[in-house]
Design a binder for this molecule. Structure first.
Ligand code: ATP
Length: 368
């Protein structure tokens, strides 16, 4: 009996992780192949399966997500690597909404985790900020808030038109994201090896009293279970000011869906722009999805100029999540070296194209 259990454990330990790859639209189709190339160069034990969900597929057959699409991802894959969705040929962006928001909601990927790290001082628009000063993570609630499309308009097109957009905050949703943030703080270290110490909750409870009140109460309740973790609160407007005045000292920030969306784009600006930012959409114990923070960026799509490093760092984040920390570290080290040597796309000061930057990183890994 003991013998057979050991066998089962060793078989599952060597099973390749199954990754669904969905490049999507626009620059997603350019940066994801570079992320895949780098995953392969790192020798990660993965089995990659490509999906054609996106605008081309939608325009061809009007399918956004096949009927069993999300169930297949959740059942047959360990993780999903996504590029971006959004295409001017689909002005409603219905496919983007159904795929991306659908994945977050149907697979209940409630925690959007966005690490904010500075690889090189030259990438930060603020003076005097070093990599050691910028190493925080934003944990954004990913399934509720104002993104549920609840509300409506009436008297449309008249001078009396009314538009209502509801902000949904459930105790279950608020509590699980705040608990996730405290657990993340307790179990993750900074890049320099020092422990994470503080969770900051960001809201606008002085104006949005009902939703903010719930977040405030739950934050205080959950904090009691983590006496070793410091707590802090900031209104989102004050936090935005602080982030551009002096971002040193941020550690773990937890916030709602909309504020998380906004402050992580601001934070991406501190680390070199949207092309450098990685994210994961997580549900512990279940299939999670990883995507660069940027969108499909139609103005620069198809020109081989998009920065692939956000997607490549996203792939590293995914591998680390799947337990392949050695491979993830190799990838991060190669991207760091590329940035130091300016083997990058033009948005962060280099002269390489998307493909060439990906190729440089893959070669650096292969020869490391
Ligand atoms: P979404 O709403 O889907 O997040 P968005 O309209 O906010 O998308 P993006 O598509 O992410 O924004 O891009 C906005 C701009 O940022 C682009 O037009 C481009 O100039 C720049 N950008 C985004 N991603 C990259 C990248 N990977 N490399 C270089 N520039 C980028």
């Amino acid at each position: 009996m003991v013998q057979s259990c050991a066998n089962v454990a060793s078989v599952s330990a060597i099973r390749k992780k199954r990754i669904a790859v969905i490049p999507g639209d626009g620059i997603g189709k350019e940066v994801i192949p570079q992320a895949v190339r780098v995953i392969e160069a790192a020798g990660a034990a993965v089995e990659l399966t490509s999906f054609d969900w996106g605008a081309d597929r939608y325009l061809a057959d009007k399918v956004t997500v096949p009927p069993d699409g999300f169930a297949t991802l959740a059942r047959d894959f360990d993780a999903v690597l996504v590029g971006a969705f959004g295409d001017p040929r689909v002005p409603s962006n219905i496919h983007a909404r159904e795929i991306l928001l659908g994945m977050r909601r149907q697979m209940d990927l409630f925690a959007n985790v966005r690490p904010v790290r500075l690889l090189d001082p030259a990438l930060c628009p603020l003076k005097g900020i070093e990599p050691k000063d910028l190493d925080f993570v934003v944990i954004r609630e990913n399934t509720e808030g104002v993104y549920g499309d609840l509300g409506g308009v009436f008297k449309q097109g008249t001078p009396d038109e009314v538009a209502i957009q509801e902000d949904v905050n459930t105790r279950k949703g608020v509590e699980r994201i705040i608990r996730y943030a405290f657990d993340y703080c307790a179990s993750n270290r900074k890049l320099d090896g020092s422990p994470r110490r503080r969770v900051l909750m960001c809201d606008k409870s002085n104006a949005m009293t009902h939703a903010g009140g719930l977040w405030q109460r739950v934050f205080k309740e959950v904090a009691v279970d983590h006496p070793q973790i410091e707590t802090q609160h900031m209104y989102v407007d004050a936090l935005a000011t602080q982030m551009v005045r002096d971002p040193r000292g941020f550690d773990v920030i937890v916030t709602n869906n909309m504020f998380g969306d906004i402050i992580t784009d601001l934070a991406a600006g501190l680390q070199g722009g949207l092309g450098m930012a990685a994210s994961g959409n997580l549900r512990p114990g279940h299939t999670s999805m990883f995507e660069p923070v940027h969108g499909s960026a139609p103005p620069i799509a198809g020109r081989n100029i998009a920065n692939p490093f956000g997607a490549i760092l996203t792939a590293a984040m995914m591998l680390a999540h799947l337990g392949m920390t050695g491979e993830a570290q190799k990838i991060e080290a190669a991207v760091l070296e590329a940035v130091r040597q300016k083997k990058t796309t033009a948005d962060i000061g280099g002269t390489l194209g998307t493909r060439e930057a990906g190729e440089w990183v893959a070669r650096a890994i292969a020869t490391s």
